[in-house]
Design a protein around this ligand. Sequence first.
Ligand code: SF4
Ligand code: MG
Length: 336
Amino acid sequence: SEPILSVNDLHVSFVRDKKEVKTVRGVEFTLNEGETLAIVGESGSGKSVTAKSIMGLLPKRNTRIPQGEILYAGRDLVKAPERDMQRIRGSEISMVFQDPMTSLNPTMKVGQQIMEGLREHESISKKDARAKAVEMLKLVGIPEAERRMDMYPHQFSGGMRQRVVIAMALVCKPKVLIADEPTTALDVTIQAQILELMQDLQQKTGTAIILITHDLGVVANMADKVAVMYAGEIVEQGTVDEIFYSPQHPYTLGLLKSMPNLEVGRGDTLIPIPGSPPNLAHLGAGCPFAARCPHAMKVCRHFTPERVVKSDSHKVACWLQDAKTPAELTIAGKIS
Ligand code: SF4
Ligand code: MG
């Protein structure tokens, strides 16, 4: 079947002090109905920027998309005018952020906020909107939903607030829900409840989810497929099984080894990846992971690795995957 969303060769640049910083480079993935794609990576790897590009929420003043397309329902959102994006946001594609207060108005009753979101996108009476809002609050597990409609965000706990935000995000039955670190600010038990809720709602509604997280543990339970981002690029993507049982990129391996509660293999201990990601303002040629990679070869420092296709779903950008490296490149005289 046709994917609902397909991101092709997406590039995003930020302009800082008149210099162009290539924050996202060549990002590609597809999302099918009812599917969960996890985008994993350290902070600053381009996960949120990718999400904001899809939502049309990049600051216009200092960002641009020099290349690439974001195809949704047969149209390219990169080229969509802002008024179309306003219609799409919230009704077709919704987003939940790490901090629920990003989405909530502290001075407005939560019921009112859900109803407004609904009435912005659908012509529906106040009475029906209220009924739908109550139903939605029940669906996300808010007890005494009827009474809670008239309460303000500060009267809810952090976890309950995030439930309200999820209710707001899903009330118009979007095809795609983008959740950017939706549980990072919550304590562990609440985290699990919210993730369970998202999975539960997905089964009921068929919404496709893009889950952005730095936590591979979350991914293992939630995702169908995984894209691993590093320094603005997807360095590896695959099904959850391919990524967890057959990781190919040294960075993916590093992430897996640095994860608690994950059986990486007998005898392996938790090892954080030494070093830090490159400064994107000074990104040179070659593999962006080269400075931290235990397998870096000469070719890695000179040429950006190409994406190697391991299976229909599994792609890796690493010279270790390329049979002709580094000998042929050396012979071709490309490396001195
Ligand atoms: Fe390491 Fe080279 Fe692969 Fe980059 S291309 S991950 S530096 S082996
Ligand atoms: Mg982020």
